[in-house]
Write a new protein. Sequence first.
Length: 110
Amino acid sequence: MDHSHNAHSGEGHGSLGSYMTGFVLSVILTVAAFGLVMNGTLTGQNALFAIAGLAFVQIIVHLVFFLHMNTSSAQRWNVTAFAFTALTAVIVIGGTLWVMHNVSMNMMSR
C-alpha cells in the first residue's frame, strides 16, 4: 500500500507547543470575558464592545492555532473558502437584521 499520497498532503499540522499556546490563549481570553461580566468592570455598551473584541480575538486564535489557517500557498483555498463563508454569513445575518428592523419600524408607525 502506497502512503505517499495521503489526503492531508500540503496541510500544516501544529506541534504540541502550538496547540498549548492556542489553548492557553483561549483560556485567557475566556477568563477575561467572564471576569468582565462577573466583576462588573464594564457595563452597558462598553462591556458589549469589550466582549465582542475578545470574541473576535478568540476566533483568530482558533483559526491560527487549531485550524492552522495562514497565508501560505498551501492554505490559499482554505482561506478563500473561509472568507467566502464569512462574507455570506455577514450578508445573510446583516440582511436579516435590516429586514427585521424595517418591518418593526413599519409596523410601529401604523
